[in-house]
Ligand binder design. Structure first.
Ligand code: NZQ
Ligand code: ZN
Length: 384
């Protein structure tokens, strides 16, 4: 097992009716900016619950944060934060609202010239406004992690940053407020969480027995509960399990002491930047081709996954690894998730050329061995 430091300071408050607890989680002395997306929280009653919890408090609001949140929009919120002397941010929504709010928090304290450098040049984040989260879409794990992914319209970029300063102080997880999600977003959430586990699991063995079992537990739970929650959207137990899986998939726990990949995400983010497809859709397209390209290096863990998660009875590692990829793809299809570029009317040749050129200009190296470069990404995309 590799060395690691584990520290996750986000207080998770889980269960029905928990939004009311926001009142106790934010000090009455704070000036709060509530951030949200395109309006789903106004239709499903979440906005009213948050406002009721904060009645009588000093509260402002900023709506209109897009899916794949735009730097251009977020900078308008940074202006409001500075002008109105906001002291606390409350993100209410899915991963995009949470990520966008993390960027607002970091940008509001940023001393350099252009806060975009936090994403584009890995400019260090040395402090940030405190933030809390009310999650409405189980998928990204953003509610209790250090990550945010921000898009910039003017340059067609989609880039991540990581900082301990943007850990949410708290995450309210009320599964009932996710009942209003359309099937497409539920499916996206299941696939995104599944892929987060794979990015931290499908690498090479380092003897991390517990972390392997924890990762497999999340995958098996997603396979069991995912179809149930899609079939019956108000099955509380099924939805509660999906919400907790998504948080656990990317809160740092299963990452302890193991190698991590994240190349499916890096290539997927480019597909979203160029073609606008949803984050999880991009991952479902890239993963099969990428895992086949890396089969030799990932063989042992994929074979373990095939046997332990999918119950495959195959003694040969290479064949078992192939079967793992087939089984994961089959699971995604069973949820209704497409796995090929052509299904989104995207030409693989064009995508491969555009995206590999971008990786080449950045000198990108990806994957747990640093072995996926621009040329490898080109081959992978041609096979998508
Ligand atoms: O904008 P509103 O009106 O709120 O509608 C949203 C949006 O249209 C809607 N929605 C959210 N909760 C709802 C709801 N509709 C009905 N009922 C509800 N309860 O769902 C749509 C998608 O929301 P979005 O936040 O974009 O989805 P998701 O949570 O999947 O977030 C995706 C973003 O997170 C990034 C992705 O790249 C993408 O930009 N990621 C963030 C990560 C992180 N911070 O750790 C890791 C991930 O790998 C990912 O990259
Ligand atoms: Zn993801």
């Amino acid at each position: 097992m590799e060395h690691f430091v584990y520290h996750n300071p986000t207080r998770v408050v889980f269960g029905k009716g928990t939004i009311a607890q926001v009142r106790d989680l934010i000090s009455p002395s704070e000036k709060v900016l509530i951030t949200y997306g395109g309006g789903s929280i106004r239709n499903n009653g979440v906005y009213d619950q948050v406002m009721a919890a904060l009645s009588g408090r000093d509260v402002l609001e900023f709506g209109g944060i897009q899916p794949n949140p735009l730097y251009e929009t977020l900078m308008q919120a940074v202006e409001i934060v500075k002008r109105q002397k906001v002291t606390f941010l409350l993100a209410v929504g899915g991963g995009s609202v949470l990520d966008g709010t993390k960027f607002i928090a970091a940008a509001a304290h940023y001393q350099g010239e252009d806060p975009w450098d936090i994403c584009a040049k890995e400019a260090p984040v040395t402090s940030a406004l405190p933030l809390g989260s009310v999650l409405t879409l189980p998928a990204t794990g953003s509610e209790s992690n250090t990550a945010a992914v921000i898009s910039r319209q003017s340059t067609n970029e989609k880039l991540a940053f990581l900082s301990e300063h943007v850990y949410p102080k708290f995450a309210i997880l009320d599964p009932e407020v996710t009942y209003s999600l359309p099937d497409k977003q539920i499916r996206n959430g299941i696939v995104d969480a599944f892929m987060h586990v794979l990015e931290q699991y499908a690498t090479y063995p380092v003897g991390a027995a517990l972390q392997d079992r924890q990762a497999e537990a999340i995958l098996m739970t997603l396979i069991e509960e995912g179809p149930k929650t899609l079939r019956n959207k108000t099955d509380y137990q099924a939805r509660a399990n999906i919400v907790w899986c998504a948080t656990q998939a990317l809160n740092g726990l299963i990452a302890c002491g193991v190698p991590q990949d994240w190349s499916t995400h890096a290539i997927g983010h480019e597909l979203t930047a160029f073609y606008g497809i949803d984050h999880a859709e991009s991952l479902a397209i890239v993963m099969p081709a990428l895992f086949r390209h890396e089969l030799g290096k990932k063989q042992k863990k994929l074979a373990q996954l095939a046997r332990r998660v999918f119950g495959v009875n195959e003694a040969d590692d290479a064949r078992a690894a192939e079967l793992a990829i087939a089984k994961i793809t089959e699971f995604f299809h069973s949820l209704g998730m497409p796995t090929r570029l052509v299904e989104h009317k995207i030409d693989p040749g064009e995508a491969a050329a555009k995206i590999s050129a971008r990786f080449r200009s950045r000198g990108a190296v990806m994957g747990e061995h640093g072995s996926i470069d621009a040329s490898a990404a080109e081959k992978i995309l041609l096979a998508c």
